[in-house]
Design a protein around this ligand. Sequence first.
Ligand SMILES: *Cc1c(COP(=O)(O)O)cnc(C)c1O
Length: 229
Amino acid sequence: MDIQYNIITIKEKIKAAAERAGRQNEKIEIVAVTKTVSPERIQEAYQAGLKNFGENRVQEWQQKKDFLPADCKWHIIGRLQTNKVKYLDKSVVLIHSLDRFSLLEKLQAEGEKRQIIWQTLVQVNVAQDEAKAGLAVEEVKDFVETVKSYSHVRVLGLMTIGALDASPEETRGFFRQLREIKEELIRKGISQREELPHLSMGMSQDYELAVEEGATLVRIGSSIFGHRN
Ligand SMILES: *Cc1c(COP(=O)(O)O)cnc(C)c1O
């Protein structure tokens, strides 16, 4: 498993997908998903040029981050328990999984206390999968509106996980829907376009589709580091 080779291949596929959709390739960033991956192997991805890394579990992240360069940009991509917020710090550039009011309140309290303004994405359950986290589509507008009155939390866009058993066409539909929700927030004046630069969607299975549908952040694990057992 050659990590550097995998990254080159993924970048080529992203570029091709962006071209198909008439998009600028520079607007798309890879978040390398490093859950269960050792610091040594993360370092290889770093040396191959990646700077953005995504972890699901705060505890696992804490154990690994000190073995990695200080300019790594960390993304929290999994369900974030409120009692773990106190362990986050300024090296967390984006929380992709803001999915409930209690987490919003906790981030605000912790942000005020420690002078951190958290950058977040609102996670949306577009697939309406009961097993998945995320706000229901019809809750997003009110939630994004609510966050505006919180001084230490910013919403920079939306995130979704598709559905595991979905066909490529269904998956494309979910990604398109996420983009449309963002467009609606802008159209209704809830957010300005420049306030919502990001759509985090697409994983190893489906990142090319996601790029075609407007992803700015793709979260890729197994295609970079190999399959987890
Ligand atoms: C694990 C994970 C990914 C990456 O999945 P791969 O299929 O390994 O690319 C992306 N997003 C989330 C939220 C994940 O938990």
